[in-house]
Design a protein around this ligand. Structure first.
Ligand code: CAA
Length: 410
């Protein structure tokens, strides 16, 4: 039985801030943002949008695209590190907005940016165990990345959501049976109760990410099946590698590390590439990694959704060409937990691989720095949808300490 993603749909907020504008306003060299971090633009949420609307809007788009009734959902998992309440999960608000039936297991998952993968794996195991009883799991990863204004992390903010239907008719990505894990208690990025913005030990977080990659890929490689020959590189068996991308340059660093580890483990391959390592890594990066980063370079960090926005962007760009090919995916969540896993795009991959991301990105409205700063300051205000709003739901504000939402009238 194959288990995996039957269909996926992305959602990004309607506003975008070009990174040059923010760099200029902060006195940062444009080249540092563009080349140093690899960022082109940042998705910005208007006051009418929060993590609940991001998640619900992605979920509504998915159910519509897949022509799946809310009655067919037996498990609803929302992964986020932008939780809006310490007890009431984002997932139950999304459950109400989407009109999903009462006979459904509903919960929110948190482990920084890793929670989307934790949710996907939990849902896949539920399907494998036979507990789904012909129903599907709806997994949604959604986040709004916020750092203090004028901090180094500010240039890496973003927002977005990806909804995935998980079942055993995996028309988008059939998950491999083996994964590699690595967990370690580290203080690289966290958000204490009461803080709206994350705290981060930036340079250390990059080191933690790479150490977790060593651990997770190191755990995965010997589990690859059929077993790798002594001179065989794992990376030759996959068409593309996707990485959690807090900023695209992080994925470039991660790929360098992974390719080096993989080639060093394949003695003959290492002998061939070692004398021209920089060129070999650059060629592999251009072919296997860069295509998956185009969309996130225009969105910024979307924490739990980042890896899955990379997947949505890649499949939209190359899905039909990837039929029958494998992908390698690396998920990292600060704190930390990481997982390396693989998936196969089925031979019949077709319109199911269109997550609608390109159309949403093309429809965004460009804003300037004062408008971004106003939106940053009024994140909990709620409001009316701006012109051209593509979502189904808006956040209308907080009344009597309760968050309120409404369906957009069309
Ligand atoms: N032209 C071209 N490049 C330039 C430049 C210029 N004028 N000036 C600087 N650069 C380059 C630097 O050389 C550097 O590149 P390398 O890393 O390849 O050396 C890059 O731009 C970044 O510059 P700095 O080293 O000066 O770093 P910074 O002070 O701007 O901080 C950061 C970078 C630590 C990533 C910061 O943006 C940050 O704290 N971000 C949030 C944390 C984060 O994203 N961590 C990633 C791992 S943790 C994770 O993945 C979980 C998560 O989602 C948060």
């Amino acid at each position: 039985m194959t288990v995996g993603i039957e269909r996926l749909a992305a959602y990004v907020p309607p506003w975008v801030l070009p990174i040059e504008a923010l760099a200029d306003a902060r006195g940062v060299a444009r080249e540092k943002a563009r080349a140093g971090l690899g960022v082109e633009a940042m998705a910005v949420t208007p006051p009418c949008e929060d993590v609940v609307t991001l998640a619900a809007n992605a979920g509504a788009r998915l159910l519509r695209a897949a022509a799946v009734s809310p009655d067919d959902i037996g498990m609803l998992l929302v992964a986020t590190e932008t939780a809006v309440d310490h007890a009431k999960p984002v997932a139950i608000l999304v459950h109400g907005l989407l009109g999903i039936r009462a006979q459904c297991r509903v919960f929110e998952l948190k482990h920084a940016c890793y929670a989307g993968t934790a949710a996907l794996m939990t849902a896949a195991d539920w399907v494998r165990a036979g507990a789904a009883r012909r129903r599907r799991a709806l997994v949604i990863a959604a986040d709004v990345a916020r750092y203090p204004l004028r901090s180094p992390g500010e240039l890496t903010q973003g927002a977005g959501a990806v909804a995935m239907l998980v079942g055993n008719d995996a028309a988008v990505l059939q998950l491999g049976a083996e994964t590699g894990l690595h967990a370690a208690d580290v203080w690289d990025f966290w958000r204490p109760l009461g803080h709206r913005e994350a705290l981060v030990d930036g340079k250390y977080s990059v080191d933690c990410y790479l150490a977790a990659l060593d651990g997770a890929f190191g755990a995965y490689r010997p589990r690859e099946w059929p077993e790798l020959g002594p001179g065989e590189a794992f990376t030759d068996r996959v068409a593309h590698l996707l990485f959690h991308a807090p900023f695209p340059k992080m994925a470039m660093k991660a790929h360098r590390r992974l390719a080096t580890l993989d080639w060093q483990a394949a003695r003959e391959r290492w002998a061939a590439v070692a004398p021209r390592l920089d060129d070999a890594i650059a060629e592999a990066y251009a072919a296997q990694v860069a295509p998956g980063l185009e969309a996130v370079a225009r969105i910024g960090n979307a924490y739990t959704a980042s890896l899955y926005l990379c997947l949505a962007g890649l499949l939209e760009r190359e899905g039909r060409r990837l039929g029958g090919r494998r992908l390698g995916l690396f998920s990292y969540g600060s704190g930390s937990c990481a997982e390396f896993f693989t998936g196969t795009v089925p031979g019949r991959a077709s319109e199911a691989t269109d997550g609608g991301l390109g159309r949403l990105l093309a429809a965004r409205t460009e804003i300037d720095v004062p408008a971004y700063e106003r939106a940053f300051a009024s994140a909990d205000a709620g409001g009316d949808p701006p012109a051209g709003f593509q979502g189904d739901f808006v956040f209308t504000g907080v009344r009597a300490e309760r968050r309120e939402y409404a369906r957009v009238a069309r």
